[in-house]
Design a protein around this ligand. Structure first.
Ligand code: FEO
Length: 390
């Protein structure tokens, strides 16, 4: 696609990556992604914000070949899917300083070998004039690296937010246009990338509320022409609010854990609690992460394999530990053949999480009547606790 004008003399110049299915060699991308970059022509100066993944550099450079004068290159975030083509931009526009936050300077040198004398740092609140347009840089550390910042253009009421408020979604649509599928992508993206940084993000959202924003132009996914959708969604996701929902990630090797999970689910549903099951042998880890965004309780189900939890369950526990969801309660259920340390090892893997621990129900082999009774009591405890907080 050619450069597309989003507002007079402000262009989207990024690329769509329709075929990408994995990010950071970890995160499933069912809808692909995009690497957005923007070119802003002011009456006196022209700036490019961010670049694209280096795999697309030839397409990118060809796309902007009609723009022969660029005065500033701006790096809002140094991760390579946005900064990776800046060395090529620097070759094309060698006189343009590369604008970045103070913390980004070393990262750009370390990751991309950019020349230090071409890097110009900006302070929080600093304004860069382009003539009839300007960019105010607002430092927003930890969305999701330490050096991240956003840029606000008051003349056109556009917030260039880089990773912040983005969505992994390839699309021919320039704008979100209230498409529910984009919100789904945005929630998945938040869960996988932003959720561990709820606390700083809450502070950044308060700063954004002071701005008059008509467009949020992120570095992934369509531009939000209904910015309230994504800003209020982030306010909700980072809030203390949780859903009356139990998430059960589990593996069953011989049917015993499956029996426990199904019994617990039946009891929870009877009590009006929503349940989401994730058989980890087939589950989309992105969906699992999304479900963690607002679930009040996680119940992990694991058979015992070589004394410890099943490795796929251990993986889910490590993922939850890294993503730090706002879950309020945690329980473990499972089975074993002759001995188990699954509970101890799973709790060790989730040491970052601080929910109320409701204990473990572990049975030797198949569930007994007493096991089913314990599961029923666990369901009652969860339902009671949910009534207090949702
Ligand atoms: Fe889209 Fe943190 O890179």
């Amino acid at each position: 696609m050619n450069p597309r004008e989003i507002r007079p003399a402000t262009y989207a110049i990024g690329v769509q990556d329709w075929g990408r299915r994995l990010f950071d060699a970890l995160i499933p991308l069912p809808d692909g992604t995009s690497y957005n970059s923007y070119l802003i022509q002011g009456s006196e100066k022209t700036a490019i914000i961010d670049s694209v993944d280096p795999a697309f550099v030839d397409m990118y450079l060809d796309k902007i070949k009609g723009f022969t004068k660029v005065d500033y290159l701006i790096s809002l975030h140094t991760e390579q899917d946005h900064s990776g083509s800046i060395p090529h931009l620097h070759e094309r526009f060698p006189d343009a300083p590369i604008i970045c936050s103070t913390k980004a300077k070393d990262l750009l040198i370390d990751h991309l070998a950019l020349p230090a004398d071409k890097l110009r740092t900006v302070e929080d609140g600093e304004v860069l004039s382009l003539g009839d347009k300007s960019l105010k840089f607002i430092h927003t550390p930890w969305v999701h690296w330490p050096e991240t910042m956003v840029a606000y253009m008051p003349e056109q009421k556009i917030l260039f937010s880089c990773d912040f408020l983005g969505s992994h979604s390839a699309s021919s649509s320039l704008f979100d246009n209230n498409d529910p599928a984009i919100m789904e992508s945005a929630k998945r993206y938040y869960a996988e990338i932003m959720m561990p940084f709820k606390v700083p993000i809450k502070g950044h959202l308060q700063k954004l509320r002071e701005l008059d924003i008509e467009l949020v132009a992120p570095s992934h996914g369509p531009i939000w022409n209904h910015p309230e959708r994504i800003i209020s969604a982030y306010e909700d996701w980072t809030s203390d609010r949780v859903d009356n929902k139990v998430l059960i990630p589990y593996v069953s090797m011989h049917g015993s854990v499956e029996q426990m999970v199904q019994h617990l689910t039946t009891e929870l549903v009877k009590l009006g609690v929503k349940v989401e099951l994730f058989d980890l042998t087939v589950a989309d880890t992105g969906k699992l992460a999304m479900a963690m965004v607002d679930a009040a309780t996680i119940v992990i189900g694991s058979p015992t394999l070589l004394v410890g939890p099943h490795p796929m369950v251990a993986y889910a526990a490590i993922l939850a530990n890294a993503l730090k969801p706002k879950v309020r309660h945690l329980a473990i259920i499972g089975s074993y053949g002759w001995a188990t340390q699954a509970e101890k090892k799973l709790l060790e893997l989730m040491s970052n999480l601080k929910p109320e621990y409701l204990g473990a129900i572990l049975c030797k082999g198949l569930s007994k009547a007493s096991t089913l009774e314990e599961l029923k009591k666990l369901a009652e405890t969860i339902a009671t606790k949910h009534k207090e907080i949702t």
